[in-house]
Design a protein around this ligand. Structure first.
Ligand SMILES: Nc1nc2c(ncn2[C@@H]2O[C@H](COP(=O)(O)OP(=O)(O)OP(=O)(O)O)[C@@H](O)[C@H]2O)c(=O)[nH]1
Length: 213
């Protein structure tokens, strides 16, 4: 996240897409950046996309890391952890047609909390492929309930069919990242005021001791 500068506005943020393979992470990311739905991708590597977006009339430079599916345990876990350390905000994606991708959501959220060592890290859960009603195995209410349990925002959408829903999900995450940045600034201000106060008090005490002797 951008360090507090004179403007005290967040100008850059790093977002990370997490989720099981084939749930639509790349499609989601590419749709947000290019506005187009591209059906097939041949890469199986992590890719970082860069783009500039305006949300609530403020421009922000984004780096978006599209991860390949990694398990939360085993040898791939450390690479997953470093992706999580890197990020300021997270989109956990699952497909409503794949129950195992839904089950992975809680594990990924727990890992985020563990790696970041704090709760309340900006995280949005995206239930993708809502256009595939025939193949649906995860109900909307199950997704909503899980998101409520995990205290995350929730969006069910179809990357294929709705650009505006994709934009709404990303914009929500950007707003949450901004809010977190403001909280961080406030905490730093408070800390620096306390340090200043401590310094003044220490000086006063030293002076009064010197006068006594
Ligand atoms: N019907 C439908 N298909 C989708 C949607 N989003 C993605 N897909 C398809 O789902 C498949 C997987 O999409 P990807 O974006 O490659 O998924 P991924 O999560 O990045 O997959 P990995 O690269 O394996 O991690 C592709 O065939 C997409 O065309 C959607 O909203 N509806």
């Amino acid at each position: 996240m951008t360090e507090p500068g004179p403007s005290r506005k967040l100008t850059r943020a790093k977002l990370v897409l997490l989720g099981r393979d084939n749930c639509g992470k790349t499609a989601l990311c590419v749709r947000f950046i290019t506005k187009r739905f591209i059906g097939e991708y041949d890469h199986k590597k992590e890719v970082t996309y860069r783009c500039r977006k305006t949300v609530d009339k403020e421009t922000i430079d984004l780096e978006i890391l599209d991860t390949v599916n990694k398990e939360c345990v085993g040898p791939a876990a450390s690479s997953l952890e470093s992706s999580i350390k890197w990020g300021d905000g997270f989109l956990i994606v699952y497909s409503v047609t794949d129950h195992s991708s839904f089950e992975a959501v809680s594990r990924l959220k727990r890992l985020i909390d563990h790696v970041k060592q704090t709760l309340g890290i900006p995280t949005v859960i995206v239930a993708n492929k809502s256009d595939m009603e025939n193949g649906r195995v995860v109900r909307t209410e199950e997704g909503q309930a899980l998101a409520q349990d995990l205290r995350c925002s929730f969006f069910e959408l179809s990357v294929a069919e709705s650009l505006s829903s994709v934009e709404v999900a990303f914009e929500q995450l950007i707003r949450e990242v901004r809010l977190e940045f403001q909280r961080h600034l406030l905490a730093m201000d408070k800390r620096s005021r306390m340090l200043q106060m401590r310094h003044v008090l220490k000086n006063k005490l030293t002076r009064s001791k010197t006068m006594q002797w």
